[in-house]
Ligand binder design. Structure first.
Ligand SMILES: NC(=O)c1ccc[n+]([C@@H]2O[C@H](COP(=O)([O-])OP(=O)(O)OC[C@H]3O[C@@H](n4cnc5c(N)ncnc54)[C@H](O)[C@@H]3O)[C@@H](O)[C@H]2O)c1
Ligand SMILES: O=C(O)C[C@H](O)C(=O)O
Length: 327
C-alpha cells in the first residue's frame, strides 16, 4: 500500500461532491493501492459547513479502507495545504434559462483567491482540475494567480462532453459505448464545443462511414452534445451531478495513467489554431502521472475548422470579459 496522497476538493457539500467524494474514497480515482486524505473545502456559512459535516459522517459510515482521514474547512489555506490534487468543483451552477456567460463574473472571482491559495499551500507536485463553470475560463483565472504550480498543471474538465458524445454515437449506430473510440472534444465546455466526429471510430471503422449521415453528425449530434447540460437542467431542475462526478473520476484517473488518450482542456499554446493563452479542450496523451502531450496533426476538414474557430472566438471573448481578473 502506498503512502496516502492529499486530495483537496472544493464545493464539498454540493451535489456533484455527493457522488464524487464517495467514489474517490472507494479508490476509483487513484486505484486500489492508493489511500487518500480528503481535504474538503466549503464556504464560511453555517449551513454549508453543517452539511459538510453530514457528508463526512456518511463517508465515515462507509468504512472505506482507502480513506485515511478527512479535513473539513472553510479556509482555502487549510484546504489546499500540501494537496497533491486540487479538484475545484465549488462555484454556482446555472439554473433553468441561464447561459454559462451569466456565471462568468460571479464565479470567476472564486478562482482568484483559490489560485493564490494553491500557489501558497499546495504540494510541489500538485495538479489542478477545474469543474466549476465556466470551467475553461475559471481555470485560466486560477492558473494566472498561481506561479509555482505552473499553467500546464492546470486542467479543466471537458470529459463529460466526451462521454456524452461517445454515448450519442453509440446509440445512433446501435452499438455499445465500448465500440466507440477516438471521440475528442475541442474548445469550450459550452454549446460551442466541437465533438470531432470526423476522427471517431466505431468498431474500428470511421464513424462517418458507419453512421453515413453528415447532416445528422454536423447538426443534431453536435447540438445534442453541446446542449446536453441545458437539457439535464430542464429535466431535473438541477444541473448534472452524478455524471459530472463520474467524468471527473475519468479525467483525473486518465491523467494519472500513462498511455491514455482523452479530452482535457489545457492551455492551448496555439494548438489547432486556438489562442495560445486560453484553456481549450484538446486530445492529450498522458505521458507520465499528471503529465501529458497534446496529440498534434489530426486532420480537420473545413467544417471542423469552422467549428474550432467559433469555439475559439468564444474562449477569447470570455478571456476579454474577465481580463481584469487575470493575475
Ligand atoms: N465542467 C463540467 O462538465 C460541469 C458539469 C456539471 C456541473 N459543473 C459545474 O460545477 C459546479 C458545481 O456544481 P454543483 O451541482 O455541485 O453545485 P452545488 O450548488 O450543488 O454545489 C456547489 C458547492 O460549492 C460551494 N462553494 C461555492 N463557492 C465556494 C468556494 N469559494 N469555496 C468552496 N466551496 C464553494 C457551495 O457552498 C456549494 O456547496 C457548478 O459551477 C456547475 O455549473 C460543471
Ligand atoms: O450545463 C451546465 O450548466 C452544467 C454542466 O456544465 C453540464 O454540462 O451539465
Amino acid at each position: 500500500m502506498n503512502a496516502p496522497i492529499r486530495v483537496a476538493v472544493t464545493g464539498a457539500a454540493g451535489q456533484i461532491c455527493y457522488s464524487l467524494l464517495f467514489r474517490i474514497a472507494a479508490g476509483e480515482m487513484f486505484g486500489p493501492d492508493q489511500p487518500v486524505i480528503l481535504q474538503l473545502l466549503e464556504i464560511p456559512v453555517e449551513k454549508a459547513m453543517k452539511a459538510l459535516e453530514g457528508v463526512a459522517m456518511e463517508l465515515d459510515d462507509c468504512a472505506f479502507p482507502l480513506l485515511d482521514s478527512m479535513v473539513l474547512t472553510d479556509d482555502p489555506n487549510v484546504g489546499f495545504k500540501d494537496a497533491n490534487w486540487c479538484c475545484l468543483v465549488g462555484s454556482k451552477p446555472r439554473g433553468p434559462g441561464m447561459e454559462r456567460a451569466d456565471l462568468l463574473k460571479d464565479n470567476g472571482k472564486i478562482f482568484i483567491g483559490q489560485g493564490k491559495a494553491i500557489d501558497e499551500n499546495a504540494a510541489d507536485n500538485a495538479r489542478v482540475a477545474v469543474v466549476g463553470n465556466p470551467a475553461n475560463t475559471n481555470c485560466m483565472i486560477g492558473a494566472s494567480h498561481c506561479k509555482r504550480i505552473t499553467a500546464e498543471r492546470w486542467s479543466a474538465m471537458v470529459r463529460l462532453d466526451q462521454n456524452r458524445a461517445q454515448t450519442q454515437l453509440a446509440q445512433k449506430a446501435g452499438v455499445g459505448t465500448a465500440a466507440v473510440e477516438d471521440i475528442y472534444i475541442f474548445g469550450n465546455h459550452s454549446p460551442t464545443m466541437f465533438p470531432a466526429f470526423g476522427l471517431a471510430k466505431i468498431n474500428g471503422q470511421p464513424a462517418t462511414s458507419v453512421i453515413n449521415d453528415d447532416a445528422y453528425l454536423q447538426g443534431e449530434f453536435c447540438s445534442t452534445v453541446g446542449k446536453r447540460g441545458a437539457a439535464i437542467i430542464a429535466a431535473r431542475g438541477l444541473s448534472s451531478a452524478a455524471s459530472a462526478g463520474n467524468a471527473l473520476i475519468d479525467h483525473v484517473r486518465d491523467l494519472s495513467t500513462p498511455g491514455k488518450i482523452h479530452s482535457v482542456a489545457v492551455k492551448s499554446e496555439g494548438h489547432y489554431g486556438f489562442h495560445p493563452d486560453v484553456w481549450a479542450g484538446l486530445p492529450v496523451k498522458t505521458t507520465a502521472p499528471g503529465e501529458y502531450e497534446v496529440i498534434e496533426g489530426l486532420e480537420m476538414d473545413d467544417f471542423a475548422k469552422s467549428k474550432i474557430a467559433a469555439t475559439n472566438d468564444e474562449l477569447v471573448s470570455e478571456r476579454e470579459t474577465v481580463a481584469e481578473m487575470l493575475g
